[in-house]
Design a protein around this ligand. Structure first.
Ligand SMILES: [Zn+2]
Length: 140
């Protein structure tokens, strides 16, 4: 017996599906379906705390679905396996949900989002870490 459990596709598939199987993670994957995003963008779209978003991203990174890259002062997350989007859309079809529901998650710019993609005019010295809603009440 010298079979590595890692070589079994059903085990790998179940690991990937387990990582995806939380509503917030499905949302995160759809947010970056077409374009990368930083943590404050996920925060604006999903209304979750940064700590919780980071945890979800860590799980998705661990199974190789998501990768990160520093751009300027922020870290942006992107899909490493874009095929997962089709899997989620197929699952939506399976339960009779409209995949177009996901379109609003892909949308840019998001009103009141302080990320560099949605608010390119904001002070570039501000990062996801030190951005607060109060920065937005002071428009450029
Ligand atoms: Zn944004």
């Amino acid at each position: 017996m010298n079979i590595s459990p890692c070589s079994d596709p059903e085990i790998q598939i179940s690991q990937v599906l387990a990582a995806v199987s939380q509503p917030a993670r499905i949302q995160i994957l759809m947010v970056i379906a077409e374009q990368e995003a930083c943590v404050c963008h996920f925060e604006a779209v999903l209304g979750l705390r940064q700590a919780s978003i980071s945890q979800h991203l860590m799980v998705l990174r661990k199974v190789g679905l998501v990768g990160s890259q520093r751009m300027g002062r922020n870290i942006f997350y992107r899909l490493l396996r874009p095929g997962i989007v089709a899997v989620i859309e197929q699952a939506a079809g399976l339960i009779g949900a409209d995949p177009l529901e996901f379109e609003k998650l892909k949308m840019r710019p998001v009103p009141n989002c302080p990320c560099p993609q949605c608010s390119p005019g904001l002070d570039p010295a501000l990062t996801c870490r030190n951005l607060t809603k109060s920065n937005l009440s002071n428009p450029h």
